[in-house]
Design a protein around this ligand. Sequence first.
Ligand SMILES: Cc1ncc(COP(=O)(O)O)c(C=O)c1O
Length: 316
Amino acid sequence: MILPSVIPAIGNTPLVDLSRICQRLDLDGRILAKLDYLLPGFSKKDRAARSIVELARAEGTLSPGQTVVELTSGNMGTGLAIVCGILGHPFVAVMSAGNSVERARMMRALGAEVVIVPQAEGSKPGEVSGADLALVDEVAQRVTADRNAFRADQFGHSGNPKSHATGTGPEIWEQSGGTVTAFCDFAGSGGTLAGVATFLTPHGVRCYAVEPEGARAIAGEAIINPDHPIQGGGYAMDDLVHLNGTSVAGHLSVSSEAARDGARMLARTEGIFAGYSAGANLAGAIELLRGPEKGGCVAIVMCDSGLKYLSTDLWE
Ligand SMILES: Cc1ncc(COP(=O)(O)O)c(C=O)c1O
């Protein structure tokens, strides 16, 4: 089949049985990994980017040729750079200096204008906090107003969770032959968790939130330590709009070491070269099979490519 562009190539990623990891760790149950790092922008956020732009164009909130602006850890921006480039919208990505440099380079390569925002006082490179994100948001708002642009708004636009309610969730269900019993996800905007839960919860699948140890805002805990290297989420925000009304079955906590070990184990044991948050999701799934979901089948998403972390400590 010949596709008219890479946009319809966003979706329908393979689902892989992590049987080698389960065997090695002697786990009772199964872990199925959705390989979203194979999408055109090498991350699951291509789905949200496509969905938001397509919905906004259909609704008329995004006019032909209008500039699109978004706050991004790099992945949403890469997805938007691809979709906007093909559909003829100039795109401005606003990103924290705390995110890895290869992300900015990739967005620029795809034709985006990238605005880098210095981190808040006391923040460390490679560790983007809620305070850093607030600074990025301020700049994104200003650029949106200055350019009379459309703000993609991954934290608020319904197209984000919708892409997972109509894509990721149904794909997992169909590809697994309806055998999945649980799903867990490291939340950033919460779009993946909310969307997948919308589709899978009515099928009896329990959906869990994964958060960094010490920064468990969704679990309703006090923030003890907002610093962690898991890019793309764990912002310690307790007002994630997409998760309003989502029935979360439970809350998991993942340390930076467990996320790092998880990503390394995925690479060495399964040949899956993914990033920190994929490692966090694996750590969450392992915890579930050792605890409340023993004997079950846990689905997780391999959020982005390990290539996006070559400048970090992940592969040292
Ligand atoms: C690498 C990575 N992991 C996880 C997430 C969180 O996904 P979501 O925003 O759907 O909660 C993101 C979001 O940008 C991401 O880039």
